[in-house]
Design a protein around this ligand. Structure first.
Ligand code: NAD
Length: 398
């Protein structure tokens, strides 16, 4: 199979060091075509590239390629941040694809390893479609880290493939690009694009959280390393899977108030904390988002009333303090929706509601002993009664 590698910089050079050990590779990269060889700043990769120069054919542009038919193309072009367009710059991608189309080069599977964003992918597809260029496009993001590029490449901790390979199995692909079959995810292209971007942003967020706490520690004369060790020793709830599933916003007597107190500790010590000071705001945005989804649903079933089976922040606590469901109910009242709440919670809820809304609140028995049709006599069908704690996924799909 003829293999074409486009872009032989940090990522492309690392991929090439692995590929050229076993295969002859046609490489498009003007920077290296000019000097006649591919070098790399990591010594182990540079040594591999040097050892296999006879397997590497370098070209300046697609028009120089001596063959026109490739089974596999791996693209590692730069996609730098453009402050002008506030997006990743994919101009180089567009140019290279245009040249490939003009030179009538055929490629069965095109594997993109650069970091793309969700908006850039359709524009690449558009170039191919408008030129009637057929190639099976796969997005296979690279997660290697500079400094340990080769070992990360050959022993990936995760492999995410966006799209479906054509005429080649993942097993075959793994002889060109190492794949972790124990942690392999074949997903839609947009999901793979989002994975690469969000994984990196999440790591950046973790670094920034640790550093915000470190700044506070230094102001409070607390050893920040010792504190970091204490922080990560809670592997049940601080580190790991806990709290990372999306759903309703948080609420209750602890998280909102303690987050507020923590953010104000930064402020009182004149320490910048753009993250922690914004956490409760982010939570409030989520209340807004959920309320809008519910409004959309209510409008789709022509209803202007909603019944909550409970307003507790967490099931079976009977605790309405800072409850996210109270916030959602208040937001719906603001939008003119009538709200039905269980009779046990009615008075407490009424006390939390601005007077102007009190006539839009109704009490009802808890859902367990509820006969829905009795409760909304005459004007209600089952579908326009909306209970809280519905599966949020149901809301995303209408
Ligand atoms: N560096 C990393 O640690 C890392 C990790 C994962 C993903 N990525 C992503 O991989 C992609 C490549 O990153 P990189 O660090 O290897 O970039 P890089 O700048 O090191 O390499 C890009 C290469 O593309 C070549 N190039 C530029 N224009 C070209 C053209 N018209 N035709 C052919 N080649 C051309 C350049 O000469 C250069 O050698 C980016 O999207 C990046 O976000 C990078």
């Amino acid at each position: 199979m003829n293999i074409l590698l486009i872009g032989a910089g940090y990522i492309g050079g690392t991929v090439l060091s692995y590929l050229s050990s076993n295969y002859r590779v046609h490489v498009l990269d003007p920077a290296f075509a000019d000097i006649g060889y591919v070098n790399h700043s990591e010594a182990d990769i540079d040594a591999l590239l040097n050892a296999h120069t006879s397997n590497i054919d370098l070209y300046n542009s697609p028009s120089d390629l001596p063959i026109k038919k490739f089974g596999l193309s791996i693209i590692c072009l730069p996609t730098n941040w453009s402050s002008h367009s506030s997006a990743l710059d994919i101009n180089i991608y567009q140019e290279v694809f245009k040249q490939i189309v003009e030179c009538q080069i055929s490629i069965q599977n095109t594997i993109i390893r650069s970091t793309l964003d969700v908006d850039s992918f359709p524009s690449i597809l558009n170039i191919l479609d408008t030129n009637n260029f057929r190639t099976n496009l796969i997005y296979f993001p690279e997660f290697l880290r500079e400094g340990s590029a080769y070992s990360d490449l050959i022993d990936p901790h995760i492999s995410i493939i966006g799209g479906q390979l054509s005429g080649i199995s993942t097993k075959q692909l793994s002889s060109f690009i190492p794949i972790n079959f124990n942690n392999l995810h074949i997903v839609p292209i947009n999901m793979a694009i989002l994975a690469k971007m969000s994984f990196n942003a999440w790591r950046a967020l973790k670094v920034s959280v640790a550093n915000e706490i470190m700044r506070l520690c230094s102001s409070l004369n607390i050893d920040s390393n010792e504190f970091a060790n204490l922080f990560i020793s809670d592997t049940a709830q601080n580190i790991g899977k806990a709290y990372l599933k999306p759903g309703y916003s948080y609420g209750g007597p602890c998280l909102p108030k303690d987050t507020m107190a923590f953010a104000s500790l930064f402020a009182r010590n004149s320490i910048a904390s753009p993250l922690f000071s914004a956490v409760n705001d982010s939570n409030a945005s989520h209340v807004n988002f959920i309320s809008k989804l519910i409004l959309k649903h209510l409008s789709s079933v022509s209803s202007n009333s909603i019944a909550f089976d409970s307003l507790e922040f967490k099931r079976n606590t009977m605790d309405l303090r800072n409850s996210q469901f109270v916030d959602i109910a208040l937001s719906l009242l603001d939008s003119g929706i009538s709200v039905y709440v269980p009779k046990e919670e009615f008075l407490e809820f009424l006390g939390l509601v601005p007077k102007k809304h009190s006539s839009s609140i109704f009490s009802w028995p808890p859902v367990s002993d509820l006969h829905l049709y009795e409760f909304f006599p005459g004007r209600v069908s089952e579908q326009n009664i909306f209970l809280s704690r519905f599966n949020l996924n149901d809301l995303f799909h209408f």
